[in-house]
Design a protein around this ligand. Structure first.
Ligand SMILES: Nc1ncnc2c1ncn2[C@@H]1O[C@H](COP(=O)(O)OP(=O)(O)O)[C@@H](O)[C@H]1O
Ligand SMILES: [Mg+2]
Length: 318
């Protein structure tokens, strides 16, 4: 059996980065965008839930709907469905809207809250539009977490099924053509090598594959702990850390040796645990699914430093 040929991540045009909250979605989205820009791709990274995660990740001031060039070729924006609607009306319906939408905004809120998928399609539509117009080589989305991503990427199809005629249908067709094309669009699921995130990731991959036309491009196993010891070192560690050796060591180095040994055993056990969770992840994911490891970055500062280290790590495998 030959491995299925899939389009490499950075050769696609639209990547939705999702996963369980706190696993590193924003970090990975920012890192992928930074890597792509460093490779000469004109890249847009878009945060969907306006919590300021991208601004934190890049350590820049507040970001808005209008993309801002953070460094050559790297643009960042935050999604806002009201701005997206305004842009849509200006571009496609040719209603000039100066300043705020006024009463229409209230109508919009009313319609958007009442009809499922309206806000989602305005957000996804904006991203697809940037792809269609080729304003960027790559659009990376810091997307919704596991619970909401399917509704987000599947909005055009859900709406098409609801509305069978006219402009709405035409507008969903071109979006679907982009979203359903695995050469152009992919979902990247971020997880950490832990029990719950792995379980949630396996379920999420299944549900994206079963209920949306969007391809799952890769799973990122983030915050992988280093292998502390190799071969011969492991033997030395097993010997030193064995309970039998402890009295002799305590005699040599004092009672605190116990604390040091406990810390070392814990660190070692956590790496072993991470490997087991990673093994289960690979086993339970569909055959051939790419799993990309990103190491834990032991950085005190978080933010930009972690993003650029993660970008470098991704760059070694992508
Ligand atoms: N590989 C990593 N090494 C160290 N810290 C990380 C790594 N990935 C993410 N983090 C940190 O974990 C925290 C949560 O990451 P974030 O990307 O905001 O998660 P999410 O967007 O999934 O909620 C942040 O403080 C981030 O700096
Ligand atoms: Mg986030």
């Amino acid at each position: 059996m030959t491995a299925p040929t899939t389009t490499p991540l950075l050769q696609r045009q639209l990547l939705f980065v999702t996963g369980k909250g706190g696993t590193g979605k924003s970090t990975v989205a920012a890192a992928l965008a930074e890597l792509a820009a460093a490779r000469g791709l004109r890249t847009l990274v878009c945060e969907m839930d306006a919590k300021g995660a991208l601004a934190n990740a890049f350590e820049v001031g507040e970001l808005g709907f209008a993309p801002r060039e953070l460094r050559p070729g790297l643009f960042a924006m935050v999604m806002n469905t009201e701005d997206s609607l305004r842009e849509y009306l200006r571009l496609f319906v040719r209603i000039p809207l100066i300043g705020r939408l006024g009463p229409l905004a209230h109508t919009f809120d009313f319609v958007a809250d009442a009809a499922p998928g309206v806000k989602e399609i305005l957000a996804v539509g904006k991203l697809c539009y940037e792809v269609r117009e080729r304003h960027y080589d790559l659009v990376v989305v810091d997307a919704e977490a596991s619970g909401h991503i399917v509704a987000q990427i599947d909005a055009p199809r859900a709406i098409r099924e609801l509305v069978h005629v006219g402009m709405v249908r035409e507008q969903t067709e071109w979006m679907l053509a982009i979203l359903a094309d695995p050469a152009r669009t992919g979902v990247v699921v971020v997880t950490t090598p832990e029990e719950m995130p792995v379980t949630e990731t396996v379920e999420l991959v299944r549900s994206v594959q079963q209920s949306t036309p969007v391809d799952v491009a890769a799973v990122v196993a983030n915050r992988m702990l280093p292998r502390w010891f190799d071969g011969a070192e492991q033997e030395v560690f097993d010997l030193v850390a064995s309970p039998a050796a402890e009295p002799a060591l305590a005699e040599l180095a004092g009672a605190k040796v116990t604390t040091v040994l406990q810390a070392a055993r814990l660190a070692s056990a956590r790496r072993v645990g991470a490997e087991q969770h990673l093994a289960r992840l690979r086993e339970q994911l569909p055959a051939g699914m790419a799993v990309v490891e990103v190491p834990e970055m032991f950085s005190r500062s978080g933010g930009r430093r972690v993003v650029s280290l993660a970008g470098e790590a991704l760059g070694r495998v992508l």
